[in-house]
Design a protein around this ligand. Structure first.
Ligand code: GRG
Length: 300
């Protein structure tokens, strides 16, 4: 069978990178039996519950786009996944989104109780910095810049800001501009950070970092618009979490504000912007392009 020009085998890319990331995470984390075993079991339970590993994949693909060695990016890919998993564990708590299912399994607090789930989230967040702190850094991006990058994305001006604004917007009518701010903070910031860290691990040029930032920002926004669409259009079984929660909680989402059809158009437009950001990357950008396309078309 003839392969189309520029064909990129994303399925194989995702499967092989997920395997590598899982192995690396396994080696970074304390063993499940390490004392006190409950917390390490809880950290591993959520981390290995079957997440899509999109952020690590973006990190590794960005390293490749800049001509880097993916092995250098691997610890950073793991650090980002630890932060992402922490945010999900906390997001699912009764005080937040209050969900019983995540990644097709019972949520952490349902299995281990709320106290341990809070601590497992805290420990995963801390683990991310322990991993990042062990990176030796690169000429343009010394060690402290790497740690700062993660801290900013996870902090009160980005990831946590998004969660706060999201909570405060529940049941309220908000503007499309405010909704975009929420999406920038709660979703796009960490996806963008994943891509930037991948580039940094390849000692990318300032121009490459600007292009990756532009790409990550737009892919991140598209990701959340699609997430909101899936919440309305898919089943809980398919999503591995409770579907239809946004409506129930009277959350501000693109489908709620502009409808499904317009939301799909917005996601496609954002993805096109992400593609445009990659124009200076030739074949090395194939994995990033394939990921952006996949994220637009995903059904879970
Ligand atoms: C500090 C108490 C406390 C809580 C913070 C910051 C935070 C909790 C939550 C972040 C908000 C959040 C969950 C944003 C949504 C981002 C999103 C769409 C996540 C789903 O990502 P996927 O689909 O998930 O990549 P998998 O499970 O595949 O990894």
């Amino acid at each position: 069978m003839k392969t189309a020009p520029n064909h990129f085998d994303l399925q194989t890319f995702l499967a092989t990178r997920t395997e590598r990331v899982n192995q690396a995470l396994d080696s970074f984390l304390p063993e499940a039996g390490a004392r006190p075993a409950t917390i390490h079991k809880a950290m591993r339970y959520s981390l290995f519950a079957g997440g899509k590993r999109i952020r690590p994949a973006l990190c590794l693909a960005a390293a490749a786009a800049c001509g880097g060695d993916e092995r250098q990016a691997l610890p950073l890919a793991c650090a980002v996944e630890c932060i992402h998993t922490y945010s999900l564990v906390h997001d699912d708590l009764p005080a937040m989104d209050n969900d019983d299912y995540r990644r097709g399994k019972l949520t952490s607090h349902k299995v281990f109780g709320e106290g341990i789930a809070v601590l497992a989230g805290d420990a995963l967040l801390t683990e991310a910095f322990e991993i990042a702190a062990q990176c030796r850094g690169w000429p343009r991006y010394p060690h402290d810049k790497i740690v700062l990058e993660l801290a900013r994305a996870a902090g009160s001006l980005q990831l946590i800001a998004g969660q706060v604004a999201d909570l405060e917007a529940e049941g309220k009518k908000i503007s499309a501009e405010h909704l975009r701010y929420i999406h920038e903070c709660k979703t796009s910031a960490l996806l963008c950070c994943s891509v930037r860290l991948g580039g940094m691990s390849a000692n990318c040029t300032p121009a490459q970092l600007r292009a990756l930032t532009d790409f990550g920002y737009h892919v991140g926004l598209a990701f959340q618009v699609i997430d909101d669409i899936l919440d309305v259009t898919q089943t809980s079984e398919k999503l591995g979490k409770t579907a239809g929660k946004d409506n129930q909680a009277q959350k501000a989402t693109y489908p709620a504000i502009v409808g499904l059809q317009k939301s799909r158009q917005i996601a496609a437009r954002l993805t096109a912007r992400a593609f445009a950001a990659l124009k200076s990357f030739r074949q090395e950008g194939a994995a990033l392009r394939a990921l952006a396309q996949f994220l637009l078309k995903r059904d879970c």
